[in-house]
Design a protein around this ligand. Structure first.
Ligand code: CMP
Length: 141
């Protein structure tokens, strides 16, 4: 049975700054993801704080929000069968040091903070995160 999902992906400031946007998008496409929507934006720190609210008690929260708002990012809605899980596999471990060969973070990530991409970690969070950046977007399924 087909299980087409949508997930939110962000190409983070470190990757946009190094002109990796197209290479990373290509990795999504080669791996069967369709980019349904995308936009390049820069967000305020207050918006980053809302986006990463789930991490607000973590010691790295402040730096994380400063970082996400430090430069342009590309936010995308990706679609594929089991997109949430498949995207997390393609991204690799949060810390690029621990990421498997062939993953985006292994290839492009610099550190746990500058790990080049973000992806929703569950279907529920994918809905919340897509709604955060693409308010007018209606879920297809
Ligand atoms: P991301 O998938 O965007 O979700 C939260 C981010 O916090 C994570 O990627 C990392 O870039 C960042 N981060 C910084 N320190 C840590 C840590 N110790 N554990 C998990 N995430 C961290």
């Amino acid at each position: 049975m087909s299980n087409i999902e949508q997930t939110l992906s962000i190409i983070k400031p470190d990757a946009v700054e190094r002109n990796l946007e197209n290479e990373i998008k290509e990795m999504f496409k080669i791996n069967g993801f369709t980019i349904l929507k995308e936009k390049k934006i820069q967000i305020e720190k207050s918006e980053a704080e809302k986006f990463y609210k789930v991490h607000e008690t973590k010691p790295f929260y402040n730096d994380l929000c400063t970082y996400l708002s430090s430069g342009p990012i590309v936010v995308m809605i990706l679609q594929k069968e089991n997109a949430v899980k498949r995207n997390r596999e393609l991204m690799g471990a949060t810390n690029p040091k621990d990421a498997d060969e062939g993953t985006i973070r292994k290839k492009y990530g610099i550190s746990i903070d500058k790990n080049s991409v973000h992806g929703s970690d569950s279907i529920d969070n994918a809905k919340i995160e897509i709604d955060f950046f693409f308010k007018d977007w209606k879920f297809l399924i």
